[in-house]
Design a protein around this ligand. Structure first.
Ligand code: SF4
Ligand code: SF4
Length: 418
């Protein structure tokens, strides 16, 4: 039954585009070296091409003569529940859906989205790892994977407004811009709310938070379930439409930005509202003179490097804005890790991996690559624009007893405003 549900979903997903991508693979294996989980462990099962093998096999067995013959002659076994279990571990625990592998594939195969399709089949079959499934259910039932209920949201905002002496408008009529934070920021990095609010207020933005669209994370998207992704997206869009805003600003959350900006139009009717990321907004404010920064504010604090988040920089294209900001804030001490920009490797905690306890050993293994990259340039501070990455860096630093400072891009901008 589980297998049938998974295969039905795979069949639905393998429309013309996916089929042509699967057919195009020459099995050269180049993608393996691009994957941080393979790089960190050398385990061939973690090669991106192997992670899509389940979908490829199901596609061949359903649609191609060769695949049908191979199963008929028992040269290849039919996809079964044991395969679903094995691939569940591979695509949820050993893949952050970062799509770095697609950057190197000579055939231009978009492995990340295809791995997402494998997750879709597994989600349909109920083969999502328990921790991730629990977070999805919590978000559906309570409105948040981290417990940001109506009451918690209200009390957190009151506390932040009081403690940081900052104006945090909620459900403001006539606002142009809706700003939506992730639950990680609300619960673990509340100072980010205060910092971003201070920047928006200084720039004279007519903005608001929403009590309905309280947080932007989308655990349905991590899980791969189209229905759950749509449900959680619709909560955000409904809140935005109700307020009549013209723009939505996603704060420091990469996967939510991907879900809202690029995945949503492929899943549902979306309102005509501009969607952007706070990294782009910060760049715009500085460029247009709406805020000014103290030049060199962070020079003298040791070397500073920037971690590119897969969904904000590689996927979102907001590669130059953080660099322009850091070249003002720390012209002497800003230094690049290698590789960087769209070629950067993932922190290892994206795609829901950080939420899965069983994934901890390989998540830490992958994180060792980031430690090596930051140390290679002598960095003393790593800056980033994604709170999920920041959580991974903090947790990884604690695990390895790594002496390093981590800062959010918005926090640095807020503290350096003239
Ligand atoms: S790099 Fe592309 S063509 Fe080569 S094995 Fe990977 S997916 Fe297939
Ligand atoms: S999407 Fe990222 S984590 Fe997943 S296989 Fe490709 S490189 Fe590895």
């Amino acid at each position: 039954m589980k297998t049938t549900r998974a295969i039905d979903t795979f069949v639905e997903e393998t429309g013309g585009w996916v089929a042509s991508q699967l057919e195009a693979c020459t099995r050269c294996g180049i993608c393996a070296e691009a994957c941080h989980f393979y790089q960190a462990t050398g385990n061939p099962d973690f090669a991106p091409v192997w992670k899509v093998e389940l979908l490829k096999r199901a596609y061949e067995q359903e649609f191609t003569l060769g695949g049908k013959l191979r199963t008929m002659l028992h040269l290849q076994k039919k996809v079964d529940e044991a395969d679903l279990e094995a691939w569940s571990k591979l695509v949820y625990e050993a893949c952050t859906v970062c799509n770095k592998c697609a950057m190197v594939c000579p055939m231009g195969i978009q492995l990340g989205p295809i791995i997402h399709d494998v997750r879709a089949g597994l989600a349909e079959a109920g083969m999502v790892p328990d921790d991730l499934a629990a977070a999805v259910n919590k978000q559906i039932e309570e409105g948040s994977p981290l417990g940001v209920t109506d009451d918690v949201f209200e009390s957190r905002l009151e506390w932040i407004a009081d403690d940081w002496e900052i104006d945090l408008p909620v459900d403001k009529e006539g606002a142009d811009t809706l700003v939506i934070f992730s639950s990680i920021e609300i619960m673990k990095f509340p100072d980010n709310l205060a910092h971003i609010a201070s920047i928006l207020n200084a720039a004279g933005e007519n903005w608001t938070l929403s009590s309905k669209a309280r947080e932007v994370v989308n655990f349905g998207f991590y899980e791969g379930s189209a229905d759950h992704t749509r449900l959680l997206l619709s909560r955000v869009f409904d809140g935005a439409v109700e307020l009549g805003v013209k723009k939505i600003v996603v704060t420091e959350c990469g996967h939510a930005y991907d879900a809202l900006r690029w995945t949503a139009p492929n899943l549902m009717d979306v309102p005509d509202i501009e969607i952007t990321h706070i990294a782009a907004v910060l760049g715009e404010y500085v460029e247009s003179g709406r805020i000014t920064l103290k030049a060199g504010a962070y020079d003298g604090d040791g070397k500073i490097t920037f971690h590119d988040a897969c969904k904000i920089q590689r996927r979102g294209g907001h590669i130059e804005e953080p660099r322009k900001l850091l070249s003002i804030l720390a012209p002497e001490s800003f230094t690049e890790m290698t590789p960087n920009r769209e070629q950067a490797i993932c922190c290892g905690g994206g795609g829901g991996v950080i939420a899965i306890k069983e994934a901890d050993p390989i998540r830490y293994k992958a994180f060792e690559l980031k430690i090596a990259q930051a140390e290679a340039v002598g960095a003393e501070t790593v800056v980033m624009a994604c709170s999920n990455c920041r959580l991974q860096f903090l947790d990884g630093a604690e695990h390895f007893d790594w002496d390093m400072k981590f800062r959010g891009l918005a926090e640095m901008v807020a503290e350096a405003m003239e």
